[in-house]
Design a protein. Structure first.
Length: 360
């Protein structure tokens, strides 16, 4: 383990001692906000310090085992204990480095997931409907809730655009690598000569902004229009101006919502989507500004970046960022994404570990 990492661990041990002293002071006990803040910090640090002490003990055990190597009668025992101690040290060092990886502050948030048909016309719209079903089925497996915010349907039952809100623990942490271009290769139902077509959709996954962030949008920067909703919904939805369109004038972002009968509810949903889009744009700008020359293998999440191909004739799915190919397209299209998501998460952690060990 690099000395810079050991220095960070030593600082965490010192900080734990400081926190224990502060939490034991009478002034801290009288200030509940301060007490909660310090308690939260301690809860984050303590698991790491437990691993640090376990590593220190394992290293001490290795030192004791090395002393036995000089005694011919104890050499065999010393070799066995040293091997076990070194194995334990390696495990603990790996666990500590992973514990030090920067946490994504959005991991606990719900998400907005947007799917838009790209090249391919009606076939792309049908593929957008397939992707919606894929993510809906995956959400059901995770016991997440899916809400449809807005849809723009095509003539054959597909979607030119569909926006959903996915509510549940781990939604962002599990689906944040899904942003980008998704390509499909298959024979469309409208194809009469059996030719394989290539179509594409873009997927955007954004963490839901909290209410405070949404409230900080300057209302003077918005143009809010109401109009009569289209599509299913009964007589009421077709006779009142319940649908809402919000335009953010400085950026040109436009959000529509007509999923609810209430204009107020549609406006609230549209504002939530707008806040998520604005935060997503700010985050992308920050990441681009801070990007190093070494680009991550996971990619930038840019919607123009092709990340995955679904080849129906061959029954395969390929994630191009990590060169992962799986020949079980049917189950993946039915929402079984865990193998892909786990592989992407491990690759992301490997990149973070590389960056951590490269720090001076």
């Amino acid at each position: 383990m690099k000395q810079s990492i050991r220095n960070r661990l030593d600082r965490l041990l010192d900080r734990l001692g400081e926190l224990d002293r502060e939490l034991g002071e009478a002034d801290t006990a009288r200030d509940m906000n301060r007490f909660r803040e310090l308690s939260r910090e301690r809860a984050e640090i303590e698991p790491i310090t437990v691993l640090v002490r376990a590593l220190q003990q394992a290293e001490a055990d290795c030192a004791t085992a090395r002393e036995l190597l000089d005694d011919p009668e104890m050499r065999e025992l010393g070799e066995a204990e040293l091997a076990e101690g070194q194995r334990r040290c390696a495990e603990l060092e790996d666990a500590l480095q992973r514990a030090l990886l920067p946490r994504d502050p959005n991991d606990g948030r719900n998400i907005f997931l947007e799917i838009r048909a790209g090249t391919g016309g009606e076939e792309a719209a049908l593929f957008a409907a397939d992707l919606l079903r894929l993510y809906t089925r995956h959400a059901e497996r995770q016991r997440w809730k899916v809400e449809i915010i807005s849809t723009n349907e095509s003539g054959l039952g597909g979607y030119r655009e569909v926006i959903t809100r996915i509510i549940g623990t781990g939604a962002w942490s599990r689906l944040k690598f899904e942003s980008g271009g998704h390509r499909v290769q298959r024979i469309p139902t409208t194809e009469t000569q059996g030719r394989i077509h290539t179509s594409a959709c873009t997927v955007a996954v954004m963490p839901e902004a909290d209410e405070l962030e949404a409230l900080q949008i300057n209302l003077a920067d918005l143009r809010i229009d109401t109009f009569r909703a289209s599509g299913a919904g009964g007589q009421h939805i077709n006779k009142t101006d319940s649908a809402v369109r919000i335009t953010h004038l400085p950026t040109g972002l436009v959000v529509e919502c007509q999923a609810e009968r209430s204009q107020h509810s549609n406006k609230a949903r549209a504002m939530a989507v707008l806040a998520a889009r604005l935060n997503d744009a700010r985050e992308k700008e920050r990441e681009a500004h801070e990007a190093s020359t070494r680009r991550g293998l996971i990619g930038s999440g840019d919607r123009s970046e092709r990340i995955r191909t679904y080849n129906f004739p061959q029954g395969r799915v390929t994630d191009h960022r990590i060169n992962l190919t799986l020949y079980r397209l049917d189950t993946i299209m039915d929402g079984e994404l865990d193998e892909i998501i786990d592989a992407l998460t491990l690759e992301h952690q490997a990149e973070q570990l590389t960056a951590l060990t490269e720090e001076p």
